[in-house]
Structures are given as structure tokens and as C-alpha cells.
Design a protein around this ligand. Structure first.
Ligand code: CUV
Ligand code: SF4
Length: 655
């Protein structure tokens, strides 16, 4: 536990975001619950065994602390060693993360099916093209059938995939052929995610699978069933119902809250309710009601991924990322906040009660003591949304003093993988060819996926921003989702002008030609499946090898905290991508198992994990890995050398 004592002494800044710091400086009246930063401080020192993945509570002979370096603690009561303890825990993290994404995906599939059957009249099929694409993936006949009939069959097939007993799940076919063959060869092709998660839980039960590498075979399958299954289904069906995102202007940060309007805030992960809340907030009828109570209008904003979903599709303002949820309430300006599932701090109910804010849970899976529960029903969606917005309007008059920070930033969001295809290739020849060519000629050095949460253990947003800035300065194009995307958006990295300001000359040139920012917002956490699709499209375009693991592409989650980040990371690793975590890594006390994840795993899938708490060193490691892939592809010679010639660099800098 010595490391923890050290962290206790060094007080790090809580955030680099001026808006968050402003609220933090003011909100001293949230006692006794305080903010996550206050509570983290009170938790110190945290358990060193838990921190390193060396604690097991899987049976009542324990809890056991198992540490290979301590003679007395070499084995748990049942005889397991530290590698098995850490591996079991890691696999359970994957299972929980995969479950979160996939249960969300299942909810979407249910709504989709209800909409197709006409039982959820407020939802429509917005993207028919994508519906047909999915129908073809599932072998559903299109012919001259009615859209509804096709949608019903697609909806039923989609729901069936979650419980698919035999596998492999259909979307694996979207991966490069070589990747599919590798999965097959290693018996890694997942069946439905439900089955894979159950098997994770079974194998990690006391006295079942006690071989760390064998455990990870199951971890890989469950993660793949998430990324290429549950999450991808969520993204696809959401796009069909709500529209496939296209580049759109949005605003972000706490400064989007308004003093003179009713502030309605949605938080969580699902777009089904937030889409309806958006429709209601824009209705003239409700706006008139808001004006009748003295407000200038209704201001809808979001937090975390529910917000990313409506930002991507409609440009709805995003108030902030994970660590800003408490701060949004602490402004005193939120009239009503709804939450659905995932990443919702338990403290919100208490913090809301310090103000006039109505705090509402909406999903039967996620109730919070002290919150009011309004169950969201898909067949009555708009009415329920109206009820919620009305509560905000009625509550406007009860507002006390508000402290809304000024800071906010414009951003461009909405980069689905289809959009990137279209932007690069143009209307008539949409393709990834220009991206591939620019990677081959070295203007773009590689592709980084930078994703994941915030964590109060590290300065809020700092590592996301530092890492991404360093990557783009080195001509790496960055694809983002989740809270990481928001961190960089607040810093102005998602504006086209960020290319000339922050990107290296090669990347800047490409971005300026196409008119895109160097950092592309691809959506919510389930939309990491879009990154899998983009990577597969780049491979299929040709010239950069024939598998995802051949690409100069690396993943990272510098400020992660959620088990979902582990599932996402694992499906990237299983898909052939080197993926790094910052902050901490949950197996570090188990040397053998960690070595498997950080090294040997590459032999299995072409992808492996890494851990690096310093964002600048992380950037170095990522760039070195990309350069290694470039060398293997023979791209380290020729044009690239010319392009990075110093004289030319100066010329580009001057121009
Ligand atoms: Ni999943 S990225 S905290 S909300 S999982 Fe939640 Fe999106 Fe992390 Fe952010
Ligand atoms: Fe201890 Fe083994 Fe039980 Fe875990 S499963 S608590 S290591 S006895």
C-alpha cells in the first residue's frame, strides 16, 4: 500500500477545465456528500490489494489477498495464485462492461421492434438505406416488401442475436477476412453476448477455470460479442431509428446552461428517451408554456453518452463529461435532470436536494434512493417526455441563486464511419481511399482511437487533452468517443481550425483540404463499434496490409474508470489493436498475467494491452507502435522521408 500513501500527499489539481474549476471553487455547500474529488480524498488510503487486482471475494472462505511476492500470501484458501485471481477479476470486468453495452443494445432492439410493429408510434425508421444494409447482413429478404415488414424481421433477428446459442454472431463477417480466419482458428468466434457473459460468470466462480490464459480466451469471446455484437447492434439500430450522424455544429461545457431559460438535462447512456425529450423541448406548445412562466425558452443539454447520442444526431448541447455531472447540478441552474443507465453517480440525488432541481430516474434497472422515478415506456414515449419537461417548466420559478460558468466551446460532431467515407471520397465515389493514400504517403502517420471516461484520481481532462494534442502534432488522426471526446471538444480540438493550430503539417494539410477537424467525434461508448467498422473499411480499401493488426492504429483510454472501458479495450485487443490504459491498470499485482496481457497476447490476436500513466509517454509509445507497423508495411521509405524533410516542414509551417 505504499503507493497510495504517496498519492495522498500529492494534491493534484482537480481539473484543467476552467468551467469545472469555477464551479468547484464555489460549491463548498454540498456537504456531507461533497463531490467525487472530496469523497476520493476521504477514501485514502485505498486498498492496495484491490488496486492491483489481488483481492478475491468469490467465495466465503475468503476474502483472500493473494500476492506472489509475499510468502504468507502466495495462495488463496482454495489454492489459487495471484495470476488466477487477477485474471478472474479482469474477466468479470469484461463481463460487466459487455453486459452494460449489450443490455443497452437489447433495449434498443426492443424499441426498434416495437416501432416496426407500430406499437411505439413516436419512433420511426429514419435511415432506410441502413435498414437495407442490416437486412442484407442478416439474410433478410428485401425484394419489394414493405419497410415495416423488413424492419420487423430485422428487429426479431437482432433480438435473437443477443441470445444466439451457437454463433458465430453475424457482424464478425464485417471484419477483414484474415481477422475472421484468426478468430476461427483460435476458437474465439463469439456466440451471443448473453451466453458469453454467463460463461464468464461460470468460469470465474470459485473452483472452475484456473488457468489465466484459458480464462482470457473467454474474456476475448465476451468482449468480441460486445464490440461486434451488442454494441454494434445498438449503434446500427439507433442509426436506423434516429438517423446516421452527419457532421453537425454543437456546443459544449457548463457554459451552455442558461440563466433565463428552463434548463432540462439528460444524463446516462440511452438515446431512446433523450430523442423524445428533444422533440418535446422544441415543440412550440412547450416553448409557449416556458414563456408563460417567465423563461425565454427551453434549453436542453446533456451529460455523458445520452448527450453524445443527441449531440451526434441533432447538435444538442453537451454540458460535460463524467466528472461534470455533479458540477452541473452545483450551478443551481438545472430545473430537471433525468438519468437512465450507467455512469450515474449515486450522489446526484443528494446534490439535487441542495437545490431546487428535480432529479428523476427513468429506467427500472437504475433507481437511486432519494430520486423520483418515472418509468420510461417506449409505447408512450412522447407523453412521458412531455411530463418530464413540464416538471422542469413548473420548477423554473423555484430557482435560487445560480452560478453558471461562462466557459463553453463550439465543436463539430457527427462523424459516423459512413460520413468519413463520404467526406473523404465525395458524393459519387465515397471511399476510404484518400485516407489510405495519405497514410501511405505519410501525411498521416497513423490512426488513434482515444476514448473512455474521467477519473478523479487524475486531473480531470488533462491526460485526454495532452495525449490527443501530442498525437495530432505528430500527424496522427484521432477518432474519439465518450467522455474523452468531450474533454477534447472543450479544448477546441474538434473545430476545423484546430488543424492549423495544433496538427502537424501533413495532417493539417489533409484536414484543411477535406474541411474536417484533426480530432473526429464518433459518438457514444457503444459507438466504439464505429471505430471497428472504420478500421475494417481501411483494411478493405487496400494498401495497408490485410488485417486490422497490420494498420498503424492504436487505442487508448487515458482516464478510464468504468468496466465498460475494459470490455471495449479487450475487443480492440481481440481485433488486433494495441490498446493502452492510463490512470491505473487492474492486474498490475499479478506479474505473470499482466505479462500475458501486455506481451504474449500479441501472438494470439495481434493486439495487446499496455499501461502508461504519463500522457506524453503514452503518446510516444503509441507513435512508436504506429511507426513499427509502418516499417512492417514498408512505408518508412520513399515519399514519407521526403515529406518530413526539415526544409519542407519549415515551408509548410510558414504557409
Ligand atoms: Ni460510456 S466514457 S464515463 S459516459 S463509460 Fe461512462 Fe459514456 Fe466512460 Fe463516459
Ligand atoms: Fe479465496 Fe479462493 Fe474463495 Fe477467492 S475463491 S475468496 S481466493 S478461497
Amino acid at each position: 500500500m505504499p503507493d497510495e500513501k504517496k498519492t495522498k500527499k500529492e494534491e493534484i489539481p482537480r481539473s484543467v477545465d476552467p468551467a469545472s474549476l469555477e464551479v468547484l471553487a464555489e460549491c463548498t455547500d454540498l456537504q456531507p456528500i461533497g463531490t467525487s474529488w472530496d469523497r476520493l480524498k476521504k477514501q485514502h488510503p485505498q486498498c492496495g490489494f484491490g488496486l492491483k487486482g489481488l483481492c478475491c471475494r468469490h467465495c466465503s472462505m475468503g476474502p483472500c489477498r493473494v500476492d506472489a511476492s509475499k510468502e504468507k500470501l502466495k495462495y488463496g484458501v482454495c489454492g489459487v495464485d495471484s495470476d488466477t485471481v487477477a485474471a478472474r477479476h479482469f474477466v468479470r470486468m469484461i463481463a460487466a462492461g459487455a453486459a452494460a453495452h449489450s443490455d443497452h443494445g437489447r433495449g434498443v432492439a426492443e424499441t426498434f421492434l416495437a416501432a416496426a410493429k407500430g406499437e411505439a408510434k413516436d419512433y420511426k425508421i429514419k435511415d432506410q438505406q441502413k435498414l437495407y444494409g442490416l437486412a442484407m447482413d442478416f439474410g433478410v429478404e428485401i425484394g419489394d416488401r414493405a419497410v415495416e415488414d423488413i424492419a420487423i424481421e430485422v428487429g426479431e433477428k437482432s433480438l435473437g442475436i443477443f441470445g444466439e446459442q451457437h454463433g458465430p454472431i453475424p457482424f464478425l463477417k464485417r471484419a477483414p477476412l484474415k481477422r475472421q480466419a484468426l478468430w476461427k482458428e483460435h476458437n474465439m468466434e463469439p456466440r451471443g453476448v448473453d451466453r458469453e457473459i454467463v460463461e464468464c460468470m461460470h468460469r470465474t466462480h470459485m473452483g472452475v477455470d484456473q488457468d489465466p490464459e484459458n480464462l482470457m480466451m473467454q474474456g476475448n469471446r465476451a468482449a468480441l460479442a460486445d464490440g461486434w455484437g451488442g454494441s454494434m447492434l445498438a449503434t446500427e439500430l439507433q442509426d436506423i431509428m434516429f438517423g446516421t450522424p452527419q457532421p453537425i455544429l454543437g456546443e459544449c461545457n457548463l457554459g451552455v446552461l442558461k440563466d433565463d431559460e428552463v434548463n432540462v438535462v439528460i444524463h446516462g447512456h440511452e438515446p431512446t428517451l433523450s430523442e423524445m425529450v428533444m422533440v418535446v423541448c422544441q415543440s412550440p406548445e412547450m416553448i409557449a408554456k416556458a414563456k408563460a412562466v417567465g423563461a425565454k425558452g427551453i434549453n436542453l443539454g446533456g451529460l455523458c453518452c445520452s448527450a453524445n447520442e443527441i449531440l451526434m444526431r441533432h447538435g444538442v448541447a453537451n454540458i460535460g463529461n463524467f466528472l461534470q455531472q455533479e458540477l452541473a447540478l452545483a450551478t443551481g441552474a438545472v430545473d430537471v435532470m433525468t438519468v437512465d443507465v450507467q455512469c450515474i453517480m449515486s450522489s446526484l440525488a443528494q446534490i439535487a436536494s441542495c437545490f431546487h432541481t428535480k432529479f428523476i430516474t427513468t429506467n427500472y434497472r437504475a433507481k437511486i434512493k432519494g430520486a423520483q422515478h418515472i418509468q420510461f415506456e417506449e409505447h408512450d414515449a412522447e407523453n412521458i417526455a412531455r411530463q418530464i419537461v413540464q416538471m422542469g417548466i413548473d420548477n423554473y420559478k423555484n430557482r435560487g441563486v445560480t452560478k453558471i460558468p461562462k466557459a463553453k466551446c463550439n465543436m463539430i460532431a457527427g462523424f459516423s464511419h459512413e460520413t468519413i467515407n463520404y467526406l473523404l471520397g465525395g458524393v459519387y465515389r465515397s471511399s476510404y481511399k484518400p485516407l489510405n493514400e495519405n497514410i501511405i504517403n505519410g501525411r498521416i502517420r497513423g490512426i488513434a482511437g482515444v476514448v473512455g471516461c474521467n477519473n478523479p484520481k487524475v486531473t480531470h481532462d488533462k491526460d485526454h487533452i495532452a495525449l490527443v494534442k501530442e498525437l495530432i502534432a505528430n500527424n496522427v488522426i484521432v477518432l474519439q468517443t465518450g467522455c474523452s471526446a468531450l474533454a477534447c471538444a472543450k479544448e477546441g480540438l474538434m473545430l476545423p481550425e484546430a488543424a492549423s493550430q495544433f496538427a502537424g503539417p501533413g495532417l493539417a494539410e489533409v484536414c484543411e483540404t477535406v474541411g474536417i477537424p484533426p480530432v473526429l467525434h464518433m459518438g457514444s461508448c457503444v459507438d466504439n463499434s464505429r471505430i471497428l467498422m472504420a478500421a475494417s473499411a481501411v483494411v478493405k480499401e487496400g494498401g495497408l496490409g490485410d488485417d486490422i493488426c497490420d494498420l498503424p492504429a492504436v487505442g487508448a483510454a487515458p482516464e478510464w474508470m468504468s468496466e465498460k472501458a475494459i470490455s471495449i479495450g479487450q475487443y480492440f485487443v481481440a481485433s488486433g489493436v494495441y490498446t493502452l490504459l492510463g490512470t491505473t491498470f487492474p492486474t498490475l499485482g499479478a506479474e505473470g498475467f499482466t505479462d500475458f496481457l501486455f506481451n504474449k497476447h500479441e501472438k494470439l490476436t495481434g493486439g495487446m494491452w499496455g499501461f502508461e500513466p504519463d500522457p506524453m509517454v503514452m503518446a510516444r509509445k503509441m507513435i512508436e507502435a504506429m511507426d513499427g507497423k509502418r516499417r512492417a508495411l514498408g512505408l518508412d521509405k520513399g515519399k514519407e522521408r521526403v515529406l518530413f524533410d526539415m526544409a519542407m516542414r519549415r515551408e509548410l509551417d510558414a504557409g
